[in-house]
Structure formats: structure tokens, C-alpha cells
Design a protein around this ligand. Structure first.
Ligand code: ZN
Length: 285
């Protein structure tokens, strides 16, 4: 088991709140790169055992953690993957995983600010699967073997942009800068007692908005990986936002405002904490 984090752009392993530089542990500079570390995820279990206090880089608390996958080649999102959320959205259950893109430029760290793009920006807490091994046409019952681990994500969504036109415009409305915070760690699959049953929740300014378990997914993580790999070759570091449960703002008639804090959490993985700020407008640099 291991917890892989991104400390100042370099891969590190986390243990008991301390971080350990991966390239230093392995005496291999190539492992500093997060995507390389993910592609070599099977080696990380042995390196994790080598973390001893003397080699600690310091406390995780004092660092600006980056996203554990800073630049995925492909970043998939799955819509309407919990029955209760499909119901609150007034949409029929999809016959196959409803797939869109969160373009990789929106991926951000676990404590990134969210610059609001408008008046209808919404929260969606989600478990995110991280591919570890190149895969094509993998069967569902083999799919966990190509997953490096799981992390947590916010599929921040501008509903006005997302629902523009018919058919609607899912991908761009979910891809503004920092609309994909992920982290705090990429946690190996074997760390979970049951990787198909993980509790997750989302609080906005201290109010519990979403709370569910991934055993309620319509399409489980192995089924999603099998389905996506039947169409696209999957590469190490590719990420899949697996869908959000009920309790989003759109169903409550309430959206995010500048100054509000979104805290997203999941068992074993940990928490994201993202403060909303006023957007700088379309001409921002
Ligand atoms: Zn979503």
C-alpha cells in the first residue's frame, strides 16, 4: 500500500502526515516526475516500506500540495452515475456510462482556490480513479489491476455553460481553471478494505450537502474502466471522475459564492479544501 502525493511538483510518499521524496528514496531521479511514478506504481509498495523518520522531507501540513496527477493525458468525467442524483436532475438513467471530458487544464491541487466563472457554479464531490497501466479492452473483472489507485475530486460545474443548448455542453462548463481539484493523495487500491464501497461527502461553508457510498454507483469503477478501455486506449495517469451523488446546488437552487469554502472528503483518502473567489473575467491572464 502507498499514498502518493505531489510536493512542489515532485512525487513523494506520505506516511503519518510526513512526506518522503520518492526520487531520493529510490535513488532514481526519474521518479521525481508524478506521471513516471504513477506508471511505475507497482514499485511504490516496496519503496513505501523504506520510509523512516530520518529521511522525512517534513510535515505535509506545511506544504502546498499539488494534484497527485498534475497533467493527465486523458481526463474523463461520468455523469448521472448515482440513481439518486439522476433523479434530482430529472434525467433518465443512462444506458451506458454518460461520458464527458474535464479538460486537463482544469486540474488543480487539493487546496486550490476556485475562481467563480458565473452565478451558477456548483459542487460535485467524486471518487477519481487513476489508471496505472496502459490498457485496451480490459475486462471488468481484471480492471482493478490497471488502476494505480484512487483519489478524491471536485467536478466543479458552471451549470449555465454546461446546460447551454440542446444537446447540452457538458465538457467546457466543467473545465474552467481550477474546476478539477484532486487529491490530497493517490491511494493504492490495496489500502481500501473494499475499493467498491467508499464513503464520500461534501460540505459547503460547514453545511453537509452530499453524503453517499460508492457501492451506490450505477456503473462501478471496474465497469467504467472496462467500458472506457473498449473505446479509448487508457494511459498511466489518466483519470476518471466517477460521478457525484445527490445533493448538488442545482437541485437546491443554491450556487457557490465568493468566500464560501467547499470541503470534500472521502474515507481513507482525506479531504480537499477549496475557497471560492470572484472570477477575474474572460480577459484575465
Ligand atoms: Zn460530475
Amino acid at each position: 500500500m502507498f499514498r502518493l502525493v505531489n510536493v512542489n511538483g515532485r512525487s513523494a510518499l506520505e506516511q503519518d502526515g510526513e512526506w518522503y521524496d520518492l526520487a531520493g528514496l529510490a535513488n532514481d531521479p526519474a521518479l521525481a516526475d508524478p506521471l513516471t511514478a504513477i506508471a511505475r506504481h507497482r514499485e511504490l509498495h516496496a519503496l513505501n516500506v523504506q520510509c523512516v523518520p530520518a529521511t522525512s522531507g517534513g510535515s505535509i501540513d506545511g506544504t502546498g500540495l499539488g494534484p497527485p496527477v498534475p497533467r493527465p493525458i486523458q481526463s474523463f468525467g461520468i455523469g448521472l452515475n448515482y440513481r439518486d442524483h439522476a433523479g434530482e436532475s430529472g434525467m433518465a438513467l443512462p444506458p451506458a456510462p454518460l461520458t464527458f471530458t474535464k479538460f486537463p487544464s482544469c486540474i488543480a491541487g487539493p487546496h486550490a482556490e476556485i475562481p467563480l466563472s458565473g452565478e451558477m457554479v456548483d459542487w460535485e464531490v467524486e471518487i477519481v480513479a487513476v489508471i496505472g497501466t496502459e490498457a485496451r479492452n480490459v475486462a471488468a473483472d481484471e480492471a482493478w489491476s490497471v488502476v494505480a489507485g484512487l483519489t478524491l475530486g471536485q467536478d466543479v460545474s458552471d451549470r449555465a455553460v454546461q446546460l447551454t443548448g440542446s444537446p447540452p455542453q457538458f465538457s467546457l462548463g466543467k473545465s474552467f481553471a481550477n474546476y478539477g481539484p484532486i487529491g490530497p493523495a493517490l491511494v493504492s487500491v490495496d489500502t481500501f478494505e473494499d475499493p467498491d464501497d467508499i464513503g464520500l461527502w461534501c460540505d459547503v461553508d460547514g453545511e453537509r450537502m452530499q453524503e453517499a457510498r460508492t457501492d451506490q454507483l450505477i456503473f462501478s469503477i471496474p465497469v467504467l474502466v472496462a467500458y472506457l478501455s473498449s473505446i479509448c486506449t487508457l494511459y498511466p495517469g489518466d483519470i476518471v471522475f466517477t460521478g457525484t451523488p445527490s445533493g448538488v446546488g442545482m437541485a437546491r437552487g443554491r450556487y457557490l459564492a465568493a468566500g464560501e469554502v467547499v470541503v470534500s472528503g472521502a474515507e481513507v483518502i482525506g479531504e480537499l479544501r477549496n475557497v471560492c473567489v470572484a472570477g477575474a473575467g474572460p480577459l484575465a491572464t
